[in-house]
Design a protein around this ligand. Structure first.
Ligand code: DLL
Length: 442
């Protein structure tokens, strides 16, 4: 892209995106209602699965008269995405797609997300808006240490930063020594990473005998995994920066669904002109009033390729009143309502690990996933039993551990410590099996 066209996109965003965050609450509700009607009608007409679910529930897009009427429509989960893998929920022909990303599903099938040209444009605008409220400015240099590839973090951050009019260092995750070198040499203003990786980078500064507080960074935009106020304080102290919380999920778009303002640091602002938020009781599915904790449910208002209506994020949060502009905030996400773990920024389900264990002959589906921290980095250790009838010699156990390690690395993208134990050694549960021991301190 030429520098002139980048300039023109940046200046368009300066007007457009920020103007949306300055409208009044009534105007916002009106816009949401118009867009919600469009999104329901559009999805109903184009996605057979949604139409069928509406018919089963006895609702029709015409039934939406107020925003509250959305609660009549069926909820959607990751299972709907899995059952329609890979492209069953597309609302446009494949030829209109411009990009496909994927994240972990609950089983071997990944969750697929697709974008049209306009979806990518909206995504860039919203990440640009997020960076702006986080304190970044056009002309600055943004070091992106989110992973590039199928994960939405790297490319989502990348195009958003460019859209704001920034230059990007597309470093991706890993190679921590090199991260430090490039931060020292290139002098970026903004760092985008998972919070745990930001702390690992800070540790690497110290290991090299450098003071991270003396580096050029001014602002950090962190997300993709849960983190806490003490962690924010630690990152801010380590780098001498402002650290803000960036939220998002692939099923909706990727990073940039919500982002905290550097002025207030009081929870990510949901970009409500593109995503309609609700909180439900995770047990009953009933909508809960603002302020009450439950499960965050999101509906896309403008997405073309794969609109999602009432998507259960499984993230526990509360809707908080706006503090800057008309849009509501979500409380920091600390927990989920399902068993998904986030390990080094990668989503992992116990069911995925179980599937991989069963791929290795001689291993039994008796296992425990132990999560701990080495410094600031997550460590995943899988203890798994040999099957009763398998040869239990040392060499044999080592071979099976190696095989499972290989599967976990290639299917999930993580290194894990594997311990293969003799049959009957792991604790048996009398009720629901306990598959995960999480010893990380959040
Ligand atoms: O993690 C998208 C993203 C990339 C967000 C970079 C922010 C920055 P997924 O891999 O689909 O997408 O994982 C989504 O990660 O449902 C939450 O459970 C968790 N998560 C994301 N952001 C935050 C955050 C990306 N700021 C899942 N705080 C979500 C806590 C977060 N959890």
């Amino acid at each position: 892209m030429s520098s002139t066209s980048r300039m023109s996109i940046a200046s368009r965003d300066d007007g457009g995106a920020d103007a949306a965050t300055r409208i009044g609450v009534d105007e916002l509700r009106g816009l949401q209602l118009t867009r919600l009607r469009w999104s329901l009608r559009y999805t109903y007409d184009r996605v057979e699965h949604f139409r069928r679910r509406c018919v089963e529930a006895g609702v029709h897009p015409e039934d939406l008269r107020t925003l509250e009427d959305l609660a009549k429509f069926p909820l959607m989960t990751k299972a709907d995405l899995r059952d329609n893998y890979p492209f069953g929920l597309l609302a446009v022909p494949r030829t209109e797609l411009q990009r496909v990303h994927a994240s972990s599903g609950t089983t071997g099938r990944p969750t697929v997300v697709a974008y049209t040209r306009r979806d990518l444009d909206t995504w860039s605008d919203l990440v640009a808006r997020s960076l702006r409220v986080a304190g970044a400015r056009p002309g600055e240099l943004v070091h992106v240490a989110f992973g590039y590839g199928l994960f939405t973090g790297g490319l989502g951050a990348h195009y958003g930063a460019e859209r704001l009019g920034c230059a990007v260092v597309p470093m991706s995750g890993g190679q921590t020594e090199r991260q430090v070198q490039l931060i020292v040499d290139f002098k970026p203003d903004v760092l985008m990473a998972t919070p745990s990786y930001a702390l690992t980078i800070a540790e690497e500064f110290a290991r090299q005998g450098r003071d991270a507080r003396e580096c050029s960074l001014r602002v950090g935009c962190f997300g993709a995994e849960p983190w806490t106020e003490p962690m924010r304080a630690e990152i801010e102290r380590a780098f001498g920066i402002d650290a803000v919380d960036l939220y998002g999920l692939s099923e909706l778009m990727g990073p940039g669904v919500a982002c905290e303002s550097v002025e207030t640091k009081d929870g990510p602002i949901v970009w409500e002109d593109h995503f309609y938020p609700e909180i439900i009781d995770p047990q009953t599915g009933a909508p809960l009033p603002d302020g009450q904790e439950g499960e965050l449910v999101l509906t896309t208002l403008t997405k073309e390729a794969m609109p999602v209506i009432r998507y259960r994020t499984r993230d526990r949060s509360r809707l908080l009143p706006p503090t800057t502009g008309p849009m509501r905030r979500i409380a920091r996400i600390r927990a989920r309502t399902d068993d998904m773990m986030i390990v080094r920024g990668v989503n992992v389900f116990p069911s995925q690990i179980e599937e991989l264990i069963l791929k290795v002959p001689g291993l039994a589906p008796h296992y425990l996933i132990d999560l701990s921290r080495d410094g600031h980095l997550d460590v995943m250790r899988i203890e798994v039993e040999m099957a009763c009838d398998a040869d239990g010699g040392d060499a044999d156990r080592a071979r099976r551990a190696e095989e499972l390690h290989h599967h976990v690395r290639s299917f999930i993208g993580l290194g894990a410590v594997i311990e293969v134990c003799p049959p009957g050694t792991l604790e048996r549960s009398t009720g629901k099996a306990r598959r995960v021991r999480d010893r990380r301190q959040f």
